[in-house]
Design a protein around this ligand. Structure first.
Ligand code: F6R
Length: 634
């Protein structure tokens, strides 16, 4: 949530900040702001200017265009509101009382009320309702104390002040701080929120995520928790949380995962839906290469010892990632025979089950930055460390699209889903990537544990190899079909999604996609559960979308669909063509694939229908209200 960007160098900062923010807008778009320091030519210090605008970044760009913004040092922010409404006075940067210190923050300062009360007792006036505003005031106070010793303002002084203030903050945060007195100093620090330094030519940049840096440099230095850095035009001084100077080599951003481009598509979401055959193709070539032994056809980047002795799997995730995890759990239990449980990461943090021995904990998060998932994993690792018995030792695997994220630095093993950067706030191709990751794990476990015959393993492997082609055909066909169907449903107020077995999570995902981008109320139910209450909702105006794929629950779903139809609901089937499909008023036809691989296809009509309904309703598909791409707050 929230994106921060900062720059110090030899060029005007504002254009770099705005371009960086454009790449970070997926993290929040309630308001945006920049502050720059323009050095005085005839003396020390400079003029700090702060510009902020409510709403999308475009509003800030207009303001900066109109008013201008000078200086080679600056910070910028795009906000996803937590404390205080999305109004200008709550937009970042926030400043101290005399307007000479400016701060942007991503995260939440949990003890802000206490800190605010203390500052207010000293007579310091607040201009916003945010948790962040305490920070510039505290830094301003520290700077006054440091200056009272007679020392002249310097970057080291600012560093010292920020370090002292960081010690007082509780919560998770990434900060960038500038001071009018030091036009040659930028101070940044982080605690449990992402922050990366980019080393450009004659300039340093800092940002919450790589796309904001990739346009300027590919040389990056991800900051670790508790680190603080002083950036000047001459170099970086990086210190760990104990104040010890760090010397670390930067790394290089590789691949296209950091480039943001809509190509010819109207929206990132549509582009990303259409990229799924490519995602699947890449996954097949990486993980199911031809030439491996038939009994062990999967290539994964882990030693065999990684899988040894695992008797139980627990998966922690949120939102769409949790739906992928539910399909994963189905595969791991039903195909590979390993007891597997899925938890909402946010619930697990405060109500974890009793520790089980020989457990692999998997965190699933496309961004690798979801605060609840990271904290739940950290808490679980800590519980297991404290236990002491080696059978209960922590073994953690992260499934993510961003191996360079906080998750990548937190867990022992990472499975990179390699879906390519996803900008649309509603997850689509990363969901497919997460599903595929679980197919690879399920096949691997099944082959190691011999829970399935070679024939079954080979059959599933071959079907998966064909998924990219199936997806190609399906997306082509359903794009038009969904567009036509959407015109009939764009005024609908409630939609019910039904699925069973391996497709129950797809019903949940269909409902989530529709809610997120079209703001239509939707619920996903296991089809057999309808008659235990939700059936009371059914009537003529409530469409029911039923996923009915051949397999062990096919007939059951069809019967549940009949029950809905008998209550006058308009019935849309996501099912193969055939006599059974006659029960549906409208059919979104799928090819006949096995039950195992069906979720990889049944999700496509869900994504496309949601997209086209939201489009018909004229909504902001890539940036739906109240949402953000990475949820870095609890
Ligand atoms: C839905 C969506 C969210 C995320 C959730 C977890 O389209 O994008 O529900 O799935 O916020 O995000 P990650 O996967 O980054 O942990």
């Amino acid at each position: 949530m929230c994106g921060i960007v900062a720059v110090i160098g030899s060029r005007e900062a504002a254009p770099l900040l705005l371009e960086g923010l454009r790449q970070l807008e997926y993290r929040g778009y309630d308001s945006a702001g920049v502050a720059t320091v323009d050095a005085f030519e005839d003396g020390p210090g400079g003029l700090l200017t702060c510009q902020r605008a409510k709403g999308k970044l475009a509003n800030l760009c207009e303001l900066v265009d109109r008013e201008g913004s000078l200086g080679q040092l600056g910070i910028g922010h795009t906000r996803w509101a937590t404390h205080g409404k999305p109004e200008i006075h709550n937009a970042h940067p926030h400043r101290d009382e005399c307007g000479s210190v400016a701060v942007v923050q991503n995260g939440i300062i949990e003890n802000h009320r206490f800190l605010r009360e203390q500052l207010e007792l000293k007579g310091i006036p607040f201009a916003s309702e945010t948790d962040t505003e305490v920070i510039p005031h505290l830094i301003g106070e520290e700077l006054k104390v440091l200056q009272s010793n007679g020392d002249l303002p310097s970057g080291s002084m600012l560093l010292d002040a920020v370090r002292k203030v960081a010690l007082k903050l509780k919560g998770a945060y990434a900060l960038a701080v500038i001071w009018a007195e030091t036009p040659d100093a930028l101070v940044v620090t982080r605690w449990q929120a992402p922050l990366l330094i980019g080393l450009g030519e004659g300039e340093f940049l800092c940002a919450s995520d790589t796309p904001a840096l990739a346009g300027f440099t590919r040389t990056i230095l991800p900051m670790e928790d508790g680190e603080i850095a002083l950036l000047t035009p001459l170099g970086i001084e990086l210190y760990n949380k104990d104040g010890v100077r760090q010397q670390r080599n930067p790394s290089l951003l590789t691949g296209s995962n950091h480039v943001v481009n809509k190509r010819h598509f109207r929206h990132f979401m549509l582009k990303e839906i259409h990229e799924q055959p490519e995602t699947a193709q890449l996954w097949v070539s990486r993980h199911l290469p031809l030439g491996l032994p038939v009994e062990a056809p999967v290539a994964l980047p882990f030693e065999d010892s990684f899988y040894e002795g695992i008797e139980r799997i627990e998966i922690l995730a949120c939102g769409t990632s949790r739906h992928a995890a539910m399909v994963g759990a189905y595969l791991l239990e039903q195909f590979s025979g390993i007891p597997t449980a899925v938890f909402y990461a946010s619930e697990f943090r405060y109500a974890a089950p009793p520790l089980a021995a020989n457990t692999l904990t998997i965190g699933v998060t496309q961004s690798g930055e979801t605060a609840d998932t990271l904290a739940a994993l950290a808490m679980e690792a800590e519980r297991r460390r404290a236990h002491g018995d080696p059978a209960f030792a922590s073994r953690q695997l992260g499934v993510t699209n961003r191996p360079e994220s906080s998750l990548g630095r937190q867990v022992d093993h990472i499975l990179d889903i390699g879906s390519g950067i996803e900008i649309g706030v509603a997850a689509t191709k990363t969901f497919l990537g997460q599903l595929l990751a679980f197919y690879a794990l399920a096949l691997k476990f099944a082959s190691l544990r011999k829970s399935r015959s070679i024939l079954e393993i080979t059959t599933l492997t071959n079907e998966l190899r064909d998924i990219p082609n199936q997806l190609r055909r399906l997306i082509q066909k359903h794009d038009q079909l969904s567009e036509n169907l959407a015109t009939r449903f764009s005024d609908t107020q409630d939609v019910i999604f039904l699925g069973r077995g391996i497709n129950y999570p797809i019903a949940l995902e269909g409902a989530l996609k529709l809610k997120e981008i079209s703001y239509i109320h939707a619920e996903g139910y296991p089809a057999g559960e309808m008659k235990h209450g939700p059936i009371a909702l059914l009537e003529r105006r409530v469409p029911v979308i039923a996923i009915a794929m051949p397999g062990r629950v096919f007939e059951k779903v069809l019967s549940n669909a009949q029950e809905a139809k008998a209550r006058d609901a308009k019935l849309i089937g996501v099912a193969p063509e055939g006599p059974e499909a006659e029960v549906f008023d409208v059919l979104m036809p799928l090819p006949e694939v096995s039950e195992w691989t069906s979720p990889l296809l049944s999700v496509i009509p869900m994504q496309l229908l949601s997209y086209h309904i939201a489009f018909q309703r004229g909504l902001d598909i890539d940036q739906p209200r109240n949402l953000a791409k990475s949820v870095t707050v609890e």
